[in-house]
Design a protein around this ligand. Structure first.
Ligand code: JHZ
Ligand code: SAH
Length: 387
């Protein structure tokens, strides 16, 4: 597989980087993770292609995330909030607007620059234990340490967990969310598997990881974003009451067999079936001479396109609203990425919904396309056509 967010120009094709994408599950610690990792500097740099604020639904989600953190965890005087992977400031802007002391840690310099322009205090570095010590020396300890769709991106998780232990006040909390393994298995959302996602967390694996650093999971809350995420609230061991939701989710994970090799064998089989169904559907549509355009040049689509062998004679181009992706080609398969305006100007017969996790907001916006007979191809949880 290529780098999922490695959108490129034609002169870069010859030097494109590929690696072996494979997932392993540890029977001892129950962590599910990639077996080959891509160097972080290949993924997170000054030309990073993912800007968080491109989805209006995610803007609402992070406004609510920020207000729940403020209401539940920032009661003391002069609170301090740290966020890793703060990207273009989609969440921190709410703390900045409320005059709350905050610090974003965002190594991808281009997205960090957008946050800074919005008045959000941001440093462009990779978080780890060493950086945590420097932050404590400069700003003191934090009341809340936040992360969305970033913890599962960091291979050196022990250094991160240790850094959090050092950085958090005795009563402080870590609140983070990431795609949930239970949802990936249940929905066969195999497109969550790509270079940036080094880990596929469950409560079992997360609890075990943080326990090794004197931290415990005190609450969990499923989130209906990115195809099903889990939010974990973590505190110093013994500092907070543990919610009854923890034991309930633990029991549910055991019943779902999240640590059972048979679950992974079943997932693998369903992934293979999904590929067969999607390829044959696309071939049928093509035989009828219909036009198919991809909707959303997502990171996830890199896995689907390359795993299914989708080429530009089947999918004409991918429509995307992100300027840095437009005019480039998709990683690996090199499908053209074009501005959304092209989709509206000359609508295709079929839209292949690569941004399926944002389907509510997209279907609402594209009512005219659907009303005019435009059809949608999706593949999570099942390959299907809808109109
Ligand atoms: P979206 C990225 O995943 C990468 P991706 C990362 N690894 C991760 O975990 C999640 O984000 C958080 C476009 N779009 O959100 C914008 C439209 O064109 O599914 C984006 O390019 N029209 C950090 O890349 C892409 O689709 C629209 O109406 O899989 C969405 O990417 C909408 C809503 C989006 O994340
Ligand atoms: N939180 C945002 C952005 C997720 S994208 C959202 O949910 O939409 C993941 C971000 O994590 C990228 O912007 C990447 O640059 C950043 N990142 C990767 N490794 C990191 C690390 N070690 N420390 C802090 N941020 C990191």
């Amino acid at each position: 597989m290529p780098i999922a967010n490695g959108f490129l120009t034609a002169d870069q094709f010859a030097d494109e980087y590929f690696f072996e994408l494979q997932v392993g599950a540890c029977p001892k610690c129950s962590m599910v993770q990639l077996t080959e990792l891509v160097d972080r500097d290949r993924m997170f740099h000054a030309n990073y292609a993912f800007f968080s604020s491109t989805s209006s639904n995610m803007q609402t989600h992070f406004r609510d995330f920020a207000s729940s953190v403020t209401a539940e965890h920032l009661g003391g005087p002069d609170p301090f909030v740290v966020e890793i992977g703060s990207n273009d400031g989609i969440m921190l802007r709410h703390f900045a607007a409320a005059g709350i002391r905050h610090l974003g840690i965002e190594p991808s310099a281009n997205v960090a620059a957008v946050a800074r322009e919005r008045g959000i205090r941001t440093i462009s570095e990779f978080f780890d234990e060493e950086l945590a010590r420097r932050i404590v020396a400069e700003h003191g300890q934090a009341d809340a340490f936040l992360g969305a769709n970033v913890m599962c991106h960091i291979p050196y998780l022990h250094s991160v967990a240790e850094g959090i232990r050092i950085l958090l006040k005795p009563e402080g909390v870590l609140v983070f969310e990431d795609p949930y393994l239970g949802d990936i298995i249940e929905k066969t959302s195999y497109d969550q598997i790509y270079d940036e996602h080094a880990f596929y967390f469950s409560l079992a694996s997360v609890s075990r990881l943080f326990a090794q650093h004197g931290l415990e999971v005190v609450d969990v809350e499923p989130q209906n974003v990115h195809g099903g995420s889990m939010r974990y609230v973590i505190a110093h061991l013994g500092a907070r009451r543990v919610s009854a939701r923890i034991s309930a989710l633990r029991a549910k994970e055991a019943a779902l067999g999240l640590q059972d090799p048979a679950s992974f064998a079943g997932l693998r089989r369903r992934i293979e079936e999904s590929r067969v169904a999607l390829v044959s559907l696309l071939q049928d549509v093509k035989r009828q001479g219909k036009r198919v355009v991809g909707y959303g040049a997502t990171s996830k689509s890199t896995t689907v396109i390359n795993y299914c062998g989708i080429t530009s004679d089947i999918v004409e181009y991918i429509s995307d609203t992100t300027p840095i992706k437009q005019g480039k080609f998709s990683p690996g398969a090199h499908l053209p990425v074009r501005p959304y305006e092209e989709f509206t100007r000359r609508a295709p017969d079929y839209a292949l919904l690569f941004a399926w996790n944002h389907s509510a907001e997209i279907l609402e916006r594209e009512r005219a396309f659907t009303r005019a007979g435009g059809r949608w191809i999706s593949y999570v949880p099942k390959v299907q056509v809808s109109g």
